[in-house]
Design a protein around this ligand. Structure first.
Ligand code: GAL
Length: 340
């Protein structure tokens, strides 16, 4: 049996190291070299496992069963109304009060030829868990390749029709956790459209809007700070970016979703996924009161999360991608974080 505090590390031959704990499958560090071989830990978090267990439980965690917000925690499926936990004002966020980020996953090392090292994390969520129908069995594979890709593969199956949207919630800072903010990072998002939100609590309106002429335009690389400081109503609502972007050309195949680069360290990363959306969250609620890595306060905009996903509140928005998982059918989601 795996214990909540058990730590696992993936390594390759290029000095890349990814560590995670069993509780929430939380990725606690990703160490990558820059062009000069200088290693930095590029995810926000804590120095010790004890602090990680006591700290922000979304840091690097697997979020589910439904990542992001479901308005009022309600949805209808097969003519039946379901009420989920509400843990974000009146809404449901990241799977509820006791989401997958708080569960201890069973972890086992697996030998897969495409990876330098890989682990399989499994979890069985009972029928009715947080209000969701069906017993859901989830397997998440963390694999590290010799091309410096952290590949996250999500597989799940339910014994009743249900809804699902799993994601990973690491916050990246390519200069190293604790070193400034991500305002200087250049971001490119492969998205001509995004889903606007309607208030501080961040639920989507259902509109699919053009990024053109808004601060959300990252079609070509732009410093994130330019958007954070823009006089844009969508940015003002959440003091930053906390929005789902509609990945161009979605067809269920793995494609580029976003690219992040720090001009100061020269480190870059690309995000690939077979999902239709990516939530970009600039960590606007961090306020410096929490101590993170190297004993440094976790400041506003200290990191940026790039969460590949189905759109927020899809179960209540008929024109959004399908979030229903039929009994016995397989949910599969691939997310690749490639470090360059
Ligand atoms: C993000 C979400 C933010 C915030 C965060 C968790 O995915 O978009 O609004 O809730 O998770 O702290």
């Amino acid at each position: 049996m795996t214990k909540a505090s058990d730590v696992f590390t993936l390594r390759n031959n290029n000095q890349v190291e990814v560590s995670f704990i069993a509780r929430g499958g939380q990725i606690t560090s990703i160490k990558v070299p820059d062009a000069n071989g200088e290693i930095a830990d590029v995810v926000i978090g804590y120095d010790t496992v004890e602090e990680a267990l006591a700290g922000d439980t979304y840091f690097g965690a697997i979020c589910g069963r439904y990542a992001n917000r479901i308005v009022k925690g309600q949805f209808e499926l097969n003519g039946q109304q379901y009420q989920l936990d509400t843990n974000n004002g009146p809404n449901h966020l990241h799977g509820g009060v006791d989401g997958f980020n708080l569960r201890t996953w069973e972890v086992e090392e697996v030998d897969l030829p495409q990876f330098a090292q890989a682990y399989k994390l499994s979890l069985v969520s009972p029928d009715g868990d947080q209000g969701y129908p069906g017993e859901l069995t989830t397997i998440v594979t963390y694999g590290l390749t010799e091309d410096n890709e952290l590949v996250i593969e999500y597989d799940a199956v339910s014994d009743k029709d249900t809804i699902i949207n799993l994601t990973s919630h690491a916050y990246f800072n390519l200069d190293g956790a604790g070193i400034g903010t991500i305002a200087n990072h250049q971001l490119t998002i492969n998205a001509d459209k995004f889903t606007p939100i309607d208030g501080e609590i961040g639920t989507v309106t259902g509109e699919i809007a053009d990024v053109k002429d808004t601060a959300m335009n990252f079609i070509t690389a732009k410093a994130i700070g330019e958007a954070l400081n823009a006089d844009c109503p969508q940015v003002k609502l959440v003091d930053g970016i906390d929005h789902n972007f509609v990945i161009n050309g979605y067809d269920g195949m793995v494609r580029l979703a976003a690219r992040l680069e720090s001009p100061s360290s020269g480190r870059a990363m690309e995000v690939y996924t077979d999902q239709p959306g990516v939530q970009i969250y600039t960590g606007s609620h961090f306020d410096g009161t929490e101590t993170g890595k190297q004993g440094k306060p976790i400041e506003k905009w200290a990191g940026v999360a790039l969460e590949t996903q189905i759109f927020p509140d899809s179960p209540n928005k008929a024109h959004f991608p399908e979030a229903t998982l039929k009994a016995g059918e397989y949910y599969r989601h691939t997310c690749v974080y490639k470090f360059i």
